[in-house]
Write a protein that binds this ligand. Structure first.
Ligand code: CTP
Length: 398
């Protein structure tokens, strides 16, 4: 996928430097030429030797060493890069780049490059949320630097919050998406829906659901990484859309239907990961409903089944639906496949630990039109997205 592309990987001094080894390895497996530039601090966490073995190229750590590659090494690497990735990016390197400081090999090379620069910050959450760091990020983002926001969770320092380096698979997918064309889905339009819908009860309340949007966003990211022209129609989520993806934000099932139909005709693939409301309040109140009696009855009316409508209008598109079930998984999901005229259903039993709505993992069973079924074990939503895209590619090239 990345054959002929050169990625320069900058590694700075944070504990997540060890994950950069896997990033380098995955980039190389996809065919990219990888050169690693390390700061002195990074070399305290992981040795240059490790990166040299994984990348298959000499590793640069200092301005003053005997050049291993070319005469003016930082200029040569800066020119050679098709993309410059800094992972992990510490607060220090972000601050230096924002201030235009070039006092080591990494910052010097970044200042000299015209390639897209992608930073994956990883640090203690208080450092990350510090207004100075956020201002530096905003300044660099305004100048066209790309940022991959850190994951939230327990950090190596014991704190909990945003600051974890994203999964290496996610980082590499984003790099591949930015490097664009040449993937197996190049030239194909892929429409993905994600997240919940919200149906108004009155101006301040709505009926929603627990969908986080993570699965759909992972599918959009994986499709973009394979070179597809991706449109993400998304209900309200707390997620940052993947780079290189066109986003259409919607709120209600009716808005999602309109957005999806407007994009449908020239699509090669549609993946409907959104959790669409099946019913909405029949007559949303014009003003906030006041508290009166002990009970309140809302009359709901059915929303349109978007996927079923796509199934009716299908003209060669590969149509993939999701089925979140709490019982009779195979029967219910199989029924959706035929009823909605789908090519594949990603079914999961949401009662299983590790397969819920808001978690980072999923346990899925893939059902196909010809009756085949494929059982997949517990895996990250990113990994599952990769497999879904692989199977879709198979369906497209049947
Ligand atoms: N879906 C849709 N429009 C709706 C409801 C669901 O497009 N109004 C899509 C979802 O995006 C998902 C698939 O249909 O890809 C299955 O959704 P699910 O809620 O599991 O199925 P339903 O058909 O609503 O069946 P039920 O709620 O009875 O299980």
């Amino acid at each position: 996928m990345l054959a002929g592309k050169c990625v320069v990987l900058g590694v700075t001094g944070g504990i997540a430097a060890y994950k950069a080894v896997e990033v380098a390895s995955r980039l190389r497996k996809l065919g990219a030429t990888v050169f690693v530039v390390m700061t002195r601090a990074a070399a305290n966490f992981v040795t240059p030797l490790t990166f040299r073995e994984i990348s298959g190229n000499p590793v640069v750590t200092s301005m003053w060493d005997e050049p291993k590659l070319w005469n003016v090494e930082h200029i040569a690497l800066a020119t050679r890069a098709d993309l410059f990735l800094i992972a992990p990016a510490t607060a220090n390197v972000i601050g230096k780049l924002a201030a235009g400081i070039a006092d080591d090999m990494l910052t010097t090379t970044v200042l000299a490059t015209k390639a897209p620069v992608v930073l994956a910050p990883a640090m203690n959450c208080n450092m990350y949320l510090n207004p100075v760091v956020q201002a530096n990020i905003a300044k660099l983002a305004g100048l066209g630097y790309h940022f991959l926001p850190p994951d939230e969770g327990p950090l190596a320092c014991g704190a909990e919050g945003p600051g974890r380096l994203p999964d290496p698979a996610v980082i590499v997918d984003e790099v591949a998406a930015l490097l664009g064309a040449g993937g197996e889905l190049a030239g194909k339009k892929v429409l993905v829906t994600a997240g919940p819908t919200r149906e108004a009860i009155d101006p301040v309340r709505y009926i929603g659901n627990r969908s986080s949007g993570k699965m759909g966003y992972a599918v959009a990211r994986a499709a973009a990484a394979r070179g597809a022209d991706v449109v993400l129609v998304t209900g309200p989520t707390a997620l940052t859309p993947p780079p290189g993806v066109r986003v259409v934000a919607v709120e209600t099932a009716a808005e999602m239907l309109a957005a999806v139909l407007a994009e449908y005709d020239d699509c090669a693939v549609v993946v409907k990961a959104a959790a669409v409301a099946d019913y909405r309040p029949l007559a949303p109140a014009e003003h906030k409903i006041k508290k009166h009696g002990d009970e309140l009855t809302l009359t709901l009316t059915k929303t349109e089944d978007i996927l079923a409508e796509l199934g009716r209008r299908k003209q060669g598109q590969v149509l993939v639906g999701f089925a979140a079930e709490t019982r009779d998984l195979a029967a219910n999901a199989g029924d959706k496949l035929t009823r909605k005229n789908l090519d594949m259903v990603v079914a999961n039993d949401v009662t299983l630990p590790g397969a819920g709505f808001s978690g980072d993992t999923n346990i899925a069973r893939l059902l196909y039109r010809d009756g085949r079924a494929e059982e997949l074990g517990l895996m990250s939503k990113e990994e599952l997205a990769g497999i879904i895209l692989q199977r879709i590619y198979g369906l497209l090239t049947r």
